[in-house]
Design a protein around this ligand. Sequence first.
Ligand code: NAP
Length: 280
Amino acid sequence: MASLISGKELSEKYSLELSEQISHLKTKPSLAMIIVGQNPASLLYVENKRKMCEKVGITSHVIRLDEKTTRYELLQTIKGLNESPSVHGILLQLPLPKGLHAHEFLVAIDPKKDVDGLHPYNLGLLMSGQPGLVPCTPQGCLQMIQSVMPDITGVKAVVLGRSILVGKTMAMLLCHHNASVTILHSRSQDIKEICQKADIVVSAIGKPLFLDRSYFNTNAIVIDVGITSVDGTITGDVDFENVKDHVKAISPVPGGVGPMTVINLMMNTLRAYWILNELN
Ligand code: NAP
């Protein structure tokens, strides 16, 4: 039986450490979350993040905007939060309704308050190996990997998916930690053969149950980022039941990467708080 890499347990441990650190601060970090429209999954994600803020002692503000919000109104909302000294972190919940293009709004967020780490300035820092605000999901995946293999120097890592949100940033983090990284995507050839040789496989493709045990060797560490709703059930990219007693370690869905993403948002909010306090 593989070791279970429980994001739920690891995030609980981090949340206790974070609450302890925040309890010693004179003022509280604060996070503003903007949600546009009524996407049910987004409403749930924002509510989970709000609850975690409450748990660790971060002040949260949820700004709910109408589905018909214009580009100008959204930009003005972001501008107001950028200028507010009482807001340390800004999160724009994606996806946005049709007609609003995420990139334009992500670049409008002050990079110092960009707790999602998706502003080109923060992505540039990540690329150049400088400290900055790192995207929450890949950072969480790295912590999960390091919970079972603290030193990943020289190991062969495969990342399935090449989005900015997960795939590319994950690959960059693994590379900075001295893994030898291969990125695979929808045009890649020989995906199974490449995965079979990997010590670490991180899958972020959003294809439910795409990977069964034939993709992995018995020493593999498998991190499943995928989340797809199949008949109302949250399903990962990996066929967990088929793979769990074949590999060395595996993360479940749900209870894996999801909670680690949320706790890293909290950590980034605290980082943004420190960055802004140092500047003032
Ligand atoms: P995305 O932007 O749609 O990217 C998916 C990537 O997968 C693309 O690079 C695509 O390749 C690649 N891909 C698709 N089908 C493939 C296949 N058959 N073989 C190999 N590669 C394939 O998605 P994303 O935003 O990165 O998210 C990926 C998944 O992670 C989704 O299920 C999402 O819900 C989940 N997610 C979970 C969390 C969490 O906190 N747990 C956070 C973020 C995302 P091309 O580039 O060639 O199209």
